[in-house]
Write a protein that binds this ligand. Sequence first.
Ligand SMILES: [Zn+2]
Length: 247
Amino acid sequence: MTSGSGAQYDTRGARARRIRSAAILLGLVGGFIAAVPAPAAADSVDCARVKCVALTFDDGPGPFTDRLLQTLRANNAEATFFLIGDKVAADPAAARRIVDAGMEIGNHTWSHPDLTAIPPQELPAQLSRATEVLERATGERPTLMRPPFGAVDDAVLAAAGSQGLAVVNWDVIPLDWENDTDIAATRAALTEQIRPNSVVLLHDTFASTVDLMAEFVPVLRANGYHLVTVSQMLGPRPPGSLYGTPP
Ligand SMILES: [Zn+2]
C-alpha cells in the first residue's frame, strides 16, 4: 500500500465521520431520535424469555454513586442499591437521586453490623430504622433486605419477615472490595460467573468498581443482557424468604 492510498483511506474516514455527525445533528433538530431503535425498556423485559442480570450495589450512597447512575442510565440499565440507613440519613438527596434515576432500593440495615452477632434485641431496629429513613428520603418503602456480609440465621429471617422484607443475597460475588487495585480480576470473575438471571454483588463505594462498570455494562448489553432490578428479575419475594447463597 502506498502512502497515497493511505491518505485516501484517511480522507474517506474523515468524510464518513462528517456525514455521521451531520446525520446525528439532523436527527436532533428534525426529531428523528425516536426512530433510532432503542433497546427495550427494562420495565417491559420478560426475564423468562430474554437474558437478564440483576446488578446490585451495596453500602451506599457514596461519593461515586452519581457517576454509576450516569453509566447505568446511558446504557438503559437498571440495578438495585442496598443502602445503609445512617448514610441515607446523612445524605437523603443522594438516595432520592438513585430512585429518580429509575433504580430499585433495598434495606442494608441502619449501621451495617453482622446481624447474627448483635444482641437479639437490637435486630428489629437495625431493619426498621433503615426502612423508615429510606422511605422518608425517597418515598419508596423497601421490600428487599440484604444482610451485611450476607450473614443470616433464623432470627434474621424472622425479623425481616415480620417487617415485610425478603432477604436477598447473591449468585455472583466478584470480590470487588478485595480487588480494589486489580480491576482485571473483578472483570474476569464477572465474565466467568455471570449467567442469565444472576444476582451480582458489587459495591458503589469503590471508585474502581464504578470505573469498571463504565466499561463492563456496555459489554453486558452487547452480549444481549438486559440489566434489570432484583424485583423485575425475581418477581415479588415472600417476606422472610431467602434468595441466594449465604457465605
Ligand atoms: Zn455491605
